[in-house]
Design a protein around this ligand. Structure first.
Ligand SMILES: Nc1ncnc2c1ncn2[C@@H]1O[C@H](COP(=O)(O)OP(=O)(O)OP(=O)(O)O)[C@@H](O)[C@H]1O
Ligand SMILES: [Mg+2]
Length: 578
């Protein structure tokens, strides 16, 4: 016989491998159990980055001695009973696997006492072997001690990263949990030192401050959005703030932290032309959706979910983000500082330990905004921010120097033109067609065989973008019409570029989005590259146009259209302010 049934011990170690990859996974499972037990205070102690000890204490429902014994058995859970339950999961846990898995690869001790019981019980499990429960004095709730994680699987211990890395994973897990539950009190200690102490707060914004630190959090704007059964809320960074990776993207579905491709894609799509290539925003996004609409049983560590109607979710997220950013990108925010924000390393002292009420927050009042759903967009200067400025001069053939009511503003004339052209094209495409100009003398493009086949497939996409092309001989196409916005010139370049850019697109569902991205290429070609002296009337017209479009503060490639220096900025630069 080649096939053998594995021993129970081997089977449980293999199962444990999926659930407990590193100390942070154990922290996550234990904290989830505490949350499911209705705890309002959760403390996490770790020693040696979780390899020596992980202890999670909560003041939740606790367990009776009978339940305690069952809790460490495989497939034992209080959270689901029937098959239907599996498709309406409201708890973080549901598989009945976490405790037995952890207990099979560590020395585990659980002490638990239900609220109405007089005393509690202690249960030890070592490498999956369960001892007898012992009566013990303790306060209501549960404490789980995990000592020497992976002591019986040396091979797995070798896969652990440097202690600082493992600790930062634990901090990440802890912070995400805390972000999702602002009304609960969370504490984290490492080797006897307090790492974080987040007192319960009533406002999600306060929790954001505790977790990310004031400097980062103050640059995020709140938003909220509802559509049919999907509700969205959270905080978003606004341009020019961005990061080289997705480290500051926190996405939650029904209070569960997830890394979901659909949601991440939708967020980035929502930001679209506001970010430079390869840059990510900072965002905390809370998605609420009926339990029956989402399957949480698709990933061993429960980090992924599947939506029944994923395109609806995608669309709602894009709408929510665009809507919120649209209002913000009308003019630069005075509170956005030009200094880079400090790096968040995960490990951070609490910003208001125990003293939240005494912190003076009066100076923040002026910059706090309501979610965009109730924001009054009409409170800016009449005519808009850009038109209200006094144009002083154009310098170096490409920058406009202006005085705003708040200070000095420098505008990159190319970036501004590009954004204006892009928004015009986008509007035209949304309305059904891009305005064209017919060429009196058609221009020809000669193509390589590879380019030729590509172009043949993309003729109709090019038409949607405003380019009309007709075959003209064996290797040549004639351009007979181009978008009206393009200035006179050689159009073969831009056609070639767009064909190359469209090469990877074959799924028609995505075509619309890709076409929109190509509009940025056309917008870019529509701007006269050479530095050119602008008449005062041209500069005024440009500013007026900026007021009339969305996302005026960034060019379609995410570069800033303007830099603003407030009095504070100037005073600081001239060393008048400390
Ligand atoms: N901190 C706790 N307070 C109260 N009960 C707990 C606690 N931790 C675990 N339990 C009980 O033990 C059971 C088993 O926990 P375990 O984490 O192994 O499984 P689960 O949470 O049901 O599912 P999952 O494997 O998805 O986490 C839980 O269903 C719960 O009833
Ligand atoms: Mg659990």
């Amino acid at each position: 016989m080649k096939i053998q049934i594995l021993s129970a011990e081997m089977a449980s170690r293999i199962a444990a491998g999926e659930v407990v990859e590193r100390p942070a996974s154990a922290v996550k499972e234990l904290m989830e159990n505490s949350l499911d037990a209705g705890a309002t205070e959760i403390s996490v102690w770790v020693e040696k980055s979780g390899t020596a000890l992980i202890r999670v204490t909560d003041n939740g429902d606790g367990m009776t001695v009978e339940d305690l014994s069952l809790a460490v058995e495989r497939h034992s859970t209080s959270k689901i009973r029937t098959e239907e339950d599996l498709f309406r999961i409201a708890t973080l846990g549901f598989r009945g696997e976490a405790l037995p898995s952890i207990a099979s690869v560590s020395k585990t001790e659980i002490i638990s006492r239900p609220k109405d019981a007089e005393c509690g019980y202690r249960l030890r499990v070592e490498a999956g072997i369960k001892g007898a429960p012992q009566i013990t004095a303790c306060s209501p709730g549960t404490t789980v001690d995990i000592r020497e994680l992976f002591y019986n699987i040396p091979a797995r211990r070798k896969f652990l990263k440097a202690p600082a890395t493992e600790l930062s994973h634990i901090c990440d897990v802890f912070n995400r949990m805390a972000l999702a539950h602002p009304s609960l009190h969370f504490r984290l200690y490492h080797d006897g030192r307090t790492v974080a102490d987040y007192v319960a707060v009533s406002d999600a914004r306060d929790r954001l401050h505790q977790v990310l630190g004031r400097d980062t959090a103050k640059n995020l704007i709140p938003f909220s959005f509802h559509e049919s059964e999907v509700s969205l809320s959270g905080f978003l960074s606004v341009a020019p703030i961005s990061f080289p990776n997705a480290r500051y993207l926190f996405t939650f579905v029904n209070h569960r932290y997830v890394r979901d491709k659909i949601i991440t894609h939708a967020i980035l799509h929502g930001y679209e032309t506001l970010l430079m290539k390869g840059q990510y925003p900072a965002a905390a996004l809370f998605l609420g959706i009926p339990y029956r609409e989402v399957d949480v049983n698709v990933h061993p560590a429960k980090y992924e979910v599947r939506f029944r109607r994923q395109s609806e979710v995608h669309e709602a997220v894009v709408k929510a983000i665009r809507g919120a950013l649209k209002l913000e990108a009308k003019e630069p925010l005075s509170r956005i500082e030009l200094r880079p924000i400090p790096r968040f390393d995960g490990v951070m002292e609490s910003h208001f330990p125990y003293t939240l009420s005494s912190v003076d927050r009066s100076h923040e009042a002026s910059v706090t905004r309501e979610p965009f759903t109730i924001l009054q967009p009409a409170d800016g200067p009449p005519g808009g921010f850009f038109s209200s400025m006094n144009i002083l001069d154009q310098i170096l053939g490409c920058y406009l120097i202006c005085a705003s009511s708040r200070g000095l503003v420098i505008i990159d004339q190319h970036a501004a033109h590009e954004r204006v052209a892009f928004e015009k094209l986008r509007r035209q495409m949304e309305e059904g067609e891009v305005q064209q100009q017919n060429l009196l003398i058609p221009q020809t493009v000669e193509l390589s065989p590879g380019e030729l086949t590509l172009l043949e497939q993309k003729v109709s996409a090019l038409q949607q973008l405003g380019f009309t092309l007709e075959p003209f001989g064996a290797k040549t196409y004639a351009i007979t019409a181009v978008p009206a916005l393009l200035p006179e010139g050689d159009y073969s370049q831009v056609v070639r570029q767009i064909v190359a850019e469209l090469a990877e697109v074959d799924k028609s569902e995505k075509l619309r989005q890709h076409l929109e991205e190509r509009l940025a290429t056309i917008a870019c070609h529509s701007v006269i590259r050479a530095n050119r002296q602008l008449e005062m009337s041209e500069m005024r017209a440009l500013l007026k146009e900026l007021d009339q479009i969305d996302f005026a503060t960034q060019c379609p490639h995410g570069r800033p259209v303007l830099l603003e220096f407030s009095r504070d900025d100037l005073d600081r630069m001239f060393k008048r302010l400390a």
